[in-house]
Design a protein around this ligand. Structure first.
Ligand code: COA
Length: 132
């Protein structure tokens, strides 16, 4: 059975598709955002204090990029479980080398892959369990 997750941002659209066994829970999610300066207050509104502490540990020149990677990861994880942002997905950890973000949502920890393609940030998840 084919399953699809969609995202769009300022004229760009992305889709993530997978085939799952009939009767299997489909848990895929994607998000896309443009890497550009966010409006004042975005970080405070989008990220909890704990999440901001994770970002503060990064080199200054990658903080904006990883802020967006984390935001996209939260949206992708929320879509994978169907709850969107209403379940308050939260970043638990960041692996810069692998481009991965662990996101806690609905009592589960999901592994989300992120990448930067030019000025676009994309996050995808297959609903796999993230690390502890
Ligand atoms: C679902 C959500 C993450 C989508 O994010 P977005 O930045 O608005 O939009 P995106 O382009 O990334 O994604 C839109 C697509 O996500 C998909 N989508 C929407 N809700 C979804 C859900 N609950 N689960 C899985 N996919 C969902 C749809 O395919 C949608 O495409 P469409 O608009 O063409 O129908 C977000 O809107 C959300 O959680 N809303 C719930 C209400 C909420 O918390 N609002 C506060 C926002 S700060």
């Amino acid at each position: 059975m084919p399953v699809v997750s969609l995202a769009h941002a300022q004229g760009e659209a992305v889709a993530f598709a997978a085939l799952v066994e009939p009767g299997t829970e489909a848990r895929i999610g994607i998000d896309v955002e443009h890497l550009r300066r966010r409006p004042p207050g975005f970080e405070e509104a989008a990220m909890s204090d704990d999440e901001r502490r994770l970002l503060e540990g990064l080199p200054a020149d990658v903080v904006d990029e990883w802020l967006l990677r984390c935001w996209c990861a939260k949206e992708a994880a929320g879509k994978a479980l169907g709850s969107g942002l209403t379940a308050a997905p939260a970043v638990a950890s960041i692996d810069r080398d692998r481009g991965q973000v662990d996101v806690d949502v609905d009592g589960q920890r999901l592994l989300v892959g992120t990448l930067r393609e030019g000025e676009l940030i994309v996050a995808t998840t297959l609903g796999e369990r993230g690390g502890s």
